[in-house]
Design a protein around this ligand. Structure first.
Ligand code: C2E
Ligand code: C2E
Ligand code: C2E
Length: 91
């Protein structure tokens, strides 16, 4: 896409966090819970997060943003549209 294309909204499907393998779920669950707590945003089924938060999570998981995004999509935590958020990362 062109430079004028807006980035996709990154919307975590919180109920799908249960699909994340137990050995990987902890940091993501704590990160989402921290954002919910800071916002006072409880009881939501979804949580919109910052583009920067995806990069931070990639550092936490020691993976490239694009690999982490593919995993989050495969677990149903992110929509496939989230690929556009990292489409230009690896070049
Ligand atoms: P902050 O970053 O200083 O933001 C202060 C307030 O500005 C937020 O209060 C919110 O009302 C507004 N705000 C800042 N950025 C955005 C944005 O991109 N969209 C919207 N709709 N509003 C924005 P709030 O929501 O009570 O959050 C309090 C603090 O919690 C924030 O202070 C930040 O430190 C943290 N926080 C909340 N949500 C996130 C998040 O998604 N990612 C990160 N990294 N921090 C967050
Ligand atoms: P949208 O962004 O498409 O969000 C649709 C609905 O998804 C929201 O309806 C809300 O029920 C849920 N949702 C999305 N992100 C979050 C989240 O981080 N936490 C929680 N608890 N729920 C979330 P809602 O609240 O009636 O908002 C309707 C529309 O109003 C939103 O559509 C958006 O276009 C606008 N809106 C609401 N809050 C904000 C905001 O903080 N910033 C901006 N720019 N627009 C907002
Ligand atoms: P949004 O509220 O529709 O904001 C879209 C984009 O506008 C944000 O993308 C950010 O680049 C910019 N923006 C909006 N409000 C502020 C602000 O107060 N300060 C700054 N510096 N930029 C702002 P971003 O950061 O990727 O966030 C994506 C979505 O995540 C936001 O959509 C909102 O739904 C949610 N979000 C992010 N940070 C916060 C926060 O602190 N509090 C709340 N309640 N929601 C947040």
């Amino acid at each position: 896409g062109g430079a004028a294309e807006p980035p996709p909204k990154l919307v975590l499907q919180l109920e799908r966090l249960a699909n994340v393998p137990p050995e990987k779920a902890g940091p993501l669950q704590r990160y989402a819970a921290t954002i919910q707590s800071q916002r006072g945003d409880y009881n939501g089924k979804v949580l919109s997060i910052r583009q920067d938060d995806l990069r931070t999570l990639a550092v936490i998981y020691d993976q490239s943003p694009s690999v982490l995004t593919e995993q989050l999509i495969s677990w149903g935590v992110l929509d496939s549209d989230a690929r556009r958020a990292v489409a230009h990362e690896d070049s």
